[in-house]
Design a protein around this ligand. Structure first.
Ligand code: GLN
Length: 232
């Protein structure tokens, strides 16, 4: 189904570093599953996108203030967020997981986090999870604006553990980062394309329709497999 766009160009906010969903490649271009999916959907549905890769929490703020029309950033669809945003059909099944340095020997369960410092990116599901359980397990939460700061903090040992979406940690491990995931991942939510509640309804619908088309033609699998590989 083809939906009529109401604008020539839609501003879409996104994360600054969330590989393999969006990341700046060595050639200086942003790529990733979110980027490729939305570009193809825009082609199919006949609209243009102006991407703003500004970081996860900033991307949500841009959407709320009307500086962005839509947002794609590996954003989990949650009931809480549904109060402020309208989501497309889900496009990826995810979940959050704890990661520690590869040579870490003492963190094997959440209980081992007592008196430790655990990091997460501000505004994320991981940050919410850590806040919700900090009393129970007795750790301190440290927030970071961007992924590189978070992953670097773990590398240099200024935090003992961190939490992030499992496909993102998995990708980092495949890229050779010295991480491991000692605890089973939390059953996770699904990613959706978001617009501000009650706004840009046609943009959200175009995303869902375009996604259906990409799934039907097999192009969705091709895009995902290009970054993640089948079976992971
Ligand atoms: N999926 C997570 C969330 O929605 C993290 C997204 C991100 O860091 N880009 O909170």
């Amino acid at each position: 189904k083809k939906i009529e766009p109401k604008k020539d160009v839609y501003v879409v906010s996104s994360d600054s570093a969330f590989a393999p969903f969006e990341y700046k490649d060595s050639d200086g271009e942003y790529k990733g599953i979110d980027v490729d999916l939305l570009k193809r959907i825009a082609e199919l549905q006949g609209f243009k996108i102006d991407f703003k890769f500004i970081g996860f929490s900033s991307a949500m703020q841009a959407l709320e203030s009307g500086q962005a029309d839509g947002m794609i950033a590996g954003m989990t669809i949650t009931d809480e967020r549904k109060a402020n945003y309208d989501f497309s059909d889900p496009y990826f099944q995810s979940g959050i997981q704890l990661a520690v340095a590869k040579d870490n020997k003492d963190i094997k369960s959440y209980k081992d986090l007592k008196d430790k410092t655990v990091g997460a990116k501000v505004g994320t599901e991981s940050a919410d999870f850590l806040e919700a359980h900090k009393k129970e397990y007795g750790y301190t939460v440290k927030s970071f604006d961007a992924a590189d700061q978070l992953y670097d903090a773990l590398k240099v040992g200024s935090i003992d553990a961190m939490m992030d979406d499992y496909p993102v940690i998995g990708y980092a491990v495949k890229q050779g980062q010295d991480l491991k995931t000692p605890i089973k991942r939390e059953v996770g939510g699904e990613y959706g394309f978001a617009v501000k509640k009650g706004q840009n309804a046609e943009l959200r619908e175009m995303f869902t329709e375009g996604l259906k088309e990409l799934k039907r033609t097999g192009e969705y699998d091709k895009i995902v497999n290009q970054y993640i590989g089948s079976g992971s």
